[in-house]
Design a protein around this ligand. Structure first.
Ligand SMILES: Cc1cc2nc3c(=O)[nH]c(=O)nc-3n(C[C@H](O)[C@H](O)[C@H](O)COP(=O)(O)OP(=O)(O)OC[C@H]3O[C@@H](n4cnc5c(N)ncnc54)[C@H](O)[C@@H]3O)c2cc1C
Length: 477
């Protein structure tokens, strides 16, 4: 009998987890484990997860934390022997730059959406009209009940008005997704908001009583800390996975791009996976690549796979800066500052969408004499960061930081990391595109995994990769 062969395309966390699960998960390989080949176009594994040395410490260049209230990442870290390196986030709350001043974000809110008018009290820079809109939602809620999928922005504008939507809420939701609330799907990005909007009455009150944290079994709601990192960097999970997969005999091929998939209907192996130099026969192929790449490779076999090319990615960049502690004073509390598109200087003048105080979040990054601040730039509709060189980009975000933090401090060290592929955008109708593409793929012995489908966070990607690996082991020919 021919030995089953699975090729995994894409060596980000999703593809690595597909290989981990397929090679036996926590138990490890057995007599039925297939031949596994993982092909990664880039020079290293990990995709959007990477570390670098900066200011005498190891910092994450992409994702730097993960949600603890979903079990996937914490469980994987423990299974890989990294449990002792798990570190809880050490600060909470954040500020927002409103009307030219820094205000504390409401503590009573769900993904930036306030759940009462009273919670807006701390926001001195919020225009009065926004408070009136919140009062109206509490007492005379506007009638609006979406039936199908709509944009997050449509719900927020209909129920809470434009000022709260763009000044207060978009900086949070749009910031996490690097997108715009008027494009992002409520069903796929913020289902709790859609559920709250479908109930009659106040959106804020309904949201307060809708479980926003997680769909799925209540048992998953381990009420542990909200966010974790690893003391060796979140991306050290990638190193542990690569070491484990190597040990298990998985063929790992970095620096090799998959250029085509070809069907072989008459063969024991229904697919051939082509790179520039090799052809690998496969019983099943896991595509853990960005949606546009998956659509390009598999689109000619089904129109619903071709449609994946419509899922765009928002490129971003992060500028990490070291400041002398005596030069820069930060707000007393919180993990950072959100910056709305509209500021007193005008609309859309700032490149920076948020500042994060890295060493306040993660104790392993703390040192006596300095602070580490990261500026986030880039959105689905803003690629200005891509035309500036590193020095110009850094100079610009430093000027913006000085304005926001009322400081004249200059960094002693800086590092620019660009993520041209950034984050996939789940636009209105996303769930339907995904459902159809997954069904089409399964009919063809292809399996889709990765951040383009069911969530962009690390836990969701780990879940997606492991589910792909499980499905592959159950369906090997
Ligand atoms: C700047 C940034 C910050 C983030 N911060 C957080 C955070 O703090 N917390 C959190 O939970 N999540 C965060 N995320 C999201 C999370 O890191 C990603 O969604 C996740 O890592 C994506 O993993 P993936 O494997 O699905 O995709 P990717 O990491 O994009 O991997 C896909 C891989 O496919 C490869 N590939 C593409 N084409 C081919 C081809 N033809 N042949 C072979 N290989 C190919 C690519 O090179 C890439 O390595 C962040 C993302 C970014 C960009």
């Amino acid at each position: 009998m021919t030995r089953p062969s699975v090729v995994i395309v894409g060596g980000g966390i999703s593809g690595l987890c597909a290989a981990y699960e397929l090679s036996g998960g926590v138990q490890g390989p057995s007599a039925t484990t297939p031949r596994i080949e993982l092909i990664e176009a880039g020079p290293r594994f990990g995709g959007s997860m990477a570390t670098a040395s900066f200011a005498d410490r190891t910092i994450d260049l992409g994702a730097d934390g993960f949600l603890g209230r979903r079990p996937e990442a914490v469980t994987l870290a423990r299974d890989l022997g990294l449990g002792e390196r798990l570190e809880e986030i050490a600060a909470s709350g954040a500020s927002i730059y409103l009307g030219g001043q820094l205000d504390s974000l409401p503590t009573e809110s769900v993904l930036g959406v306030p759940t009462s008018r009273a919670s807006l009290k701390s926001l001195r820079g919020l225009p009065r009209v926004a408070r009136r809109q919140a009062w109206r939602d509490e007492h005379f809620a506007r009638r609006y009940q979406p039936s199908g999928d709509v944009s997050i922005g449509e719900i927020l504008r209909a129920k809470l008005g434009g000022t709260l939507t763009y000044q207060l809420i978009e900086p949070m939701i749009g910031g996490i997704q690097a997108g715009r609330v008027d494009e992002l799907s409520a069903e796929s990005v913020f289902p709790a908001l859609l559920t709250a909007a479908r109930r009659k009455g106040s959106l804020m009150k309904n949201l307060k009583t809708t479980n926003p944290v997680l769909p799925g079994p209540a048992a998953q709601l381990a009420l542990g800390p909200v966010f974790y990192s690893l003391t060796t960097g979140v991306a050290s999970m990638v190193d542990a996975l690569v070491a484990e997969l190597t040990e298990r005999g998985v063929l790992l091929r970095p620096n090799v791009e998959v250029v085509a998939l070809r069907q072989r209907p008459l063969s024991a192996y229904p697919w051939e996976v082509d790179t520039m130099d090799t052809v690998t026969a496969a019983s099943l192929v896991v595509l853990a690549t960005p949606a546009a790449v998956t659509g390009r490779l598999a689109g000619s076999y089904h129109a619903d796979l071709q449609r994946l090319r419509q899922i765009p990615n928002a490129g971003t960049a992060m500028i990490t800066m070291q400041f002398s502690k005596k030069d820069l004073s930060l707000p007393a509390h919180g993990t950072g500052v959100l910056i709305p598109l509209g500021t007193p200087l005008g609309d859309d003048l700032f490149l920076t969408t948020a500042l994060t105080f890295l060493d306040r979040k993660w104790p392993h990054l703390r040192r006596e004499d300095d602070v580490l601040v990261r500026a986030h730039v880039g959105r689905s509709d803003d690629r200005r960061w891509s035309i500036e060189n590193d020095a110009a980009l850094t100079a610009r975000v430093v000027r913006e930081l000085q304005l926001v933090l009322s400081s004249s401090a200059s960094p002693t060290n800086s590092l620019v990391q660009r993520w041209p592929e950034g984050l996939p955008q789940y636009f209105v109708g996303h769930a339907q595109v995904v459902e159809r593409a997954k069904a089409a793929a399964k009919g063809l012995n292809l399996i889709l995994a990765g951040n383009a489908y069911d969530g962009v966070g690390i836990p969701a990607c780990i879940g997606s990769g492991r589910a792909a690996g499980r499905y592959a082991s159950e369906h090997l020919l």
